[in-house]
Structures are given as structure tokens and as C-alpha cells.
Design a protein around this ligand. Sequence first.
Ligand SMILES: Cc1cc2nc3c(=O)[nH]c(=O)nc-3n(C[C@H](O)[C@H](O)[C@H](O)COP(=O)(O)OP(=O)(O)OC[C@H]3O[C@@H](n4cnc5c(N)ncnc54)[C@H](O)[C@@H]3O)c2cc1C
Length: 636
Amino acid sequence: SSASSNLTPAEFAAKPFDVIVVGGGNAGLVLANRLSAPPSTLRVGLIEAGADYPVDDLIDTPTAGNLLGNARVGTLLGNPTYDWELQSVPQPALDGQPLQYPRGKVMGGSTAINSMVWQRGSRADYDAWASQFGNGPEWGFDALLPYFARSESWHPPSPSAPPLFPDTSINFTALGEMHGTEGPIEVSYNSWLTDLDAPAAQAAVAAARLQPNTNPDGGHDASMPATGTARTVGPVSGQRSYAASAYLSADVRARSNLEVVTEAAVSRILWDVSGNVTNAKAVEFVSAGKTYTVDVRKEVVLAAGALKTPQILELSGVGNRTLLESLDIPVVLDLPEVGENLQDHPVTLSDFRVVPNVVTLDTLGYNATFRAEQAELYKSSRTGALSYTSAPLGPVPLQSMTTPAQLSKMRAQLESYIASADLTPMQKVQYDVLRDIVDKGEDGWVEMVVVPAGGVLSAPEEGRSYLTAVAIQLHPFGRGSVHIKSTDPSESPAIDPRFLEIPWDFDVLVHGAKFIRKWISTDPIAPYIDKLVTPPASLTGHAEWEKFVHGNVRTTNHPLGTTAMAPRSLGGVVDPSLKIYGLKNVRVVDAGVIPLTIGVAIMPTVYAVAEKAADILWKEWKLDLVVQENHLRDEL
Ligand SMILES: Cc1cc2nc3c(=O)[nH]c(=O)nc-3n(C[C@H](O)[C@H](O)[C@H](O)COP(=O)(O)OP(=O)(O)OC[C@H]3O[C@@H](n4cnc5c(N)ncnc54)[C@H](O)[C@@H]3O)c2cc1C
């Protein structure tokens, strides 16, 4: 069902707004909510390109629409009702293939279609934003903790839930101290597991020579969480909790100072240029083929995501002068780093058929009795297989999957690559941070993920269950870009993550793919494995492994960095208050501002960044004090 309180494009365009938020996703909805919250009387307008489905089974029911696009389970990804269905340019290191780039095009943005994994990076990830990237102590791990907490209502694992690591005791008090309990996003743990979760998790930790992590959100993310990975599912509702359900609830929608327009895509910002000062004065958007303009009095907040915010900026004349002039776009601000510094987590996957009569998510597909039971269980108690999200995720240090000799050879090659490369000032800092992480060997470099289902890589046999095992590269050195190809706002930009072009990045994934085989040969998962499907058991030689990885890489859908927060001298696009350098009243608040990949999935970090941004604006604009200003102005 669609929300009725939203305005028509013409109604929206006729309103006066103090602030316009572009994009109703992970970050944008935090801003729309917090900036319009009492006692603020700011008039906030939210423009979202996608539609608005406050109640929608595919979004709401955890297994209905996710799991890496397994067609038998879900249809959120690759479905134009919810997904932008972006595609990268052909990637030379991936046999010339493009990458599929799903992105949420719906109220809630990518949080409406993602895998619901809720992780926090390591202390070093965020402390680098503060120190090495020069954004000041306010952006370090300790300073960000209250904003992580502010976004979540964390619920500890239920004592009756099946444990992943029965022999590990967890200090729930310590765990709870790292979390918030009054925020909008509901965070919980699985109350039901497949037959493969616990054995696969235990084998992964054993193969990596680690112990389960009893406090993964306390600043040290490595290894599998002993609790299983948290997820954005309400413990009582059994439903996805995401930016729209949490930050744009019915009471927030009812606020008189917040207006929403959907199925309206922003094409550009319009400027007021007087002397040296350039101010955003209006936002242009297109809905159902018609172009509208809406005035803004105070600020524009761009929250269209790391792949779309650069497009809006470039169409508005903010970006690389040479590119803009080649497209006859008048240059408002020459800021060549807009759309550069694109980073993402490449991933390689393998799949395995397991022995008969093992319950995985595949069982929902081939066993009608099981499916009916689980549907009934979900209806009556909101538990069971339909409430499941993939739980065992473990970032492991590279040292866990390489010998010292292998690692030192790779490190030497990396040094010679770096010595010969023409690095930007930003890359120099990034590479120092990354080398420090890999050499310390305390934080994750590759993440192992258990997906208890097949159908992602190969067509499953009827009546059989599968394990898909995943290795994600968490800290690649490769850098790509995203730029417009034309002045047509409906044309997708050229997305070029340049995956695995640097030998180190490629070698890491080859080690990841090989490690998966070691992992599934380790007890207690080994006895479950019946057949190596992708790659087959016959694949053994190093050259074959390399060939396999070239042809089997995807994105984990975590693009970031394209409007990085860093000083101008490092090539930053936004300052520590997330304002674009050289502009008075435009900020970026989305994954694009994150200057360097973090070692986990990024949604909780994007919520935290947006919560912090809202706080910065409350203080800067004294929203708790200047509550009457708008009313007075309108009465005059
Ligand atoms: C399939 C998938 C699975 C993922 N799984 C996980 C996971 O399990 N855990 C995790 O932590 N992270 C996950 N992620 C990553 C995470 O969800 C995203 O990186 C993050 O939500 C991005 O937040 P954002 O605010 O930058 O952008 P988004 O949430 O994508 O929001 C951008 C919004 O802007 C809108 N928009 C874009 N252009 C315009 C325009 N011109 N005009 C108006 N509106 C516009 C979009 O429609 C969208 O609603 C996943 C992502 C995907 C796609």
C-alpha cells in the first residue's frame, strides 16, 4: 500500500522549505526525521525518487526478498519496483564483465532491500577519520559511539535461541553497554537457525585459528560474533526494521513541518550567485516526465547515496571543470574530487551441495510441508525460517588465511606497487592506514559469510540443500570513480569501481577463495559437504584458482567515498560538518562521505553518520532555541 499523506509534485513545489533533503534512504530519512522533530519548527521537504510502500511483504518479511538475489527466495533485487538496477562499466580484471549494482529505489533506500546485517567496524576504522584524515576527535570511535547507540533499539539474543557457539559464554552486560536501547532501528538476533549455521560458523573460526568474538561492537570486529551477527529485525514483529519503518513512522509523517514527495528524482540544484558567494536557492526535480522547481531558504542536504549524489552535483555544475565543460555544463565550482575515490568491497563466492535431509533455506523451496509449517509459525509467532537472516559473518585478519611467507611476499609486491604508483594525497594517507591494519593483524581483512542456501551461483538440484560460502575483501587498495556520461538526469552515471586491478586486491581474494575450501573441509562442517559445485573439486592449481576468481567476483554493495570527508589538501569534498568546500549551504550526508572502507557492512555506520550530522545541524542552527522564527516570519 502506498502512503496517502505524501504531496503531489505540484503541491510540494509550491511549498516554502527551510531544508530540502534529497533521497529518502539510510541517511536521508534520519535527517528528515531529526531536523523536523519538536521543538524544531524548520520546514523540511524530502524528495525521494522511488515509491513509498509503508506495508509491503517483500520488504518486511526477512526471507521474502534478500539473500544475494537467490531467485527462488526473493525478488527485491533486480526488481525495478524497488531497485535502481545500476550496472558498472565493464571491469578489465573481471574478464571484462560489468558488475550488477542493486540500490534501493524506494522509501528507505538501500535499507529496504539489503541483507539486514548490523555490524560496527573496528576502532581503527573510525579513529582514522579523526586523526589520519584530519576531521578531528569528534569523528573518532569513542565520539561516534553515542550516535551508533542513538539509532538503535538493541535486544539481546533470546535465551531460548539456538546458540552458534554453545561452549562460549557471553557477558551480556558488556555487550549491552556498547548498544542503545531507545533508538528507531530494531536490532535483534535470529531466534531460528538452519542446520548449517552453527557447524559452518564453528568450522570458520577453527580454520582461521580464532576464538568467537564476545563483544564485536566494542571496537574490535574480528572473528565471528559468539551471539551470531545482529540484524535489523524487530524481535516481536519479526519484520525488517529499516529507515522508512523506523525513521518515517506514522507519527513522524504526521508532523506539519515535514512534507514528502515520492517518485520524484532530483536533477540539479539551482544557484544564486552574487559576487564570490554561491548559494543553493532551489532544487529541480522530475516526476512523471514533468520538471518542477522548489525553493529552499536555508540548506540542501544531498543524501542520494555514493553513486547518485555525485551525479546531482555534476549536473549542478559542481565537479571536475574539464568533465563539466566537455558536457557544456556551466561550472559553478571546480571540485575535481567529486565522484572520485570510489571504494567498495569485492566478494567471491563458492557453493556446495550438502548431504540429504539437511534443513537450509532451500528446504522452503522444495518441501511444501516445511514451507507451510514455517509460514504458519511466522504468522502465529513471527519466528521460524521466514524470520531468518544470514547470521554467521566473521571478518578475519589476513594472517588467518595466509602463511607468513605468503604474506611477506604479498607485502613486498604491494610496496613495489605503491612505490611505482602515482598516488593522490588521499591515497597516501589511506594506504598508510591500510598497511597499518594489515600489519597489526588484529582486525578483519577478509570476511567469511555463511549463506545457507544455493541458487546464487549454480542452478540447484530439486530436493537438495546447499551452502554458499562467501569471502569479502574488506580493505581493498583499488580506487574507482563515478561520473555522469551526459546531461540527461535519467541516464545512469558511469560506475567504475576498477575491481581487483591492483595485484594485492586480486591475491587477497584468491586466498579468500582457497580459504573457503579449507573452511568447508574443517570440522564440524566437513561431514555435511556432499559435493563441491562451484568451483568443482577438480579445480586445484594456482593458475586455475586465479582464473576462477577473475570470473567469480561481485560487489557486496557497499560503495562509498565519492564525496569524502577530509581536508581540501587531501582532496576532501566535504568538511567535518559535512558541508561541501566552497559552498555555503549544501551538505552531503550519505555513504559517499566515508573516506575509507570500513571492515564491515556499512548501514549502521551510515545511520551513525546521519545521526551525527543531525546533531551538528541542531547545534549550528540552535534548533532548540529559534523555534518561533518561522512562525513570526510567516505572520509578517
Ligand atoms: C542488496 C544490498 C544488500 C546490502 N546488505 C547490507 C547489509 O546486510 N548490511 C549493511 O550494513 N549494509 C548492506 N548494504 C549496504 C547499505 O544498505 C547501503 O550501503 C547504505 O544503505 C547506503 O546508504 P545511503 O544513505 O548512502 O544510500 P541509500 O540508502 O541507497 O539512499 C539513497 C536514496 O536516494 C534516492 N535517490 C537517489 N537518487 C535520487 C535523486 N536523483 N532524487 C531523489 N532521490 C534519489 C534513492 O532512491 C534512495 O532512496 C546492502 C546494500 C544492498 C544494495
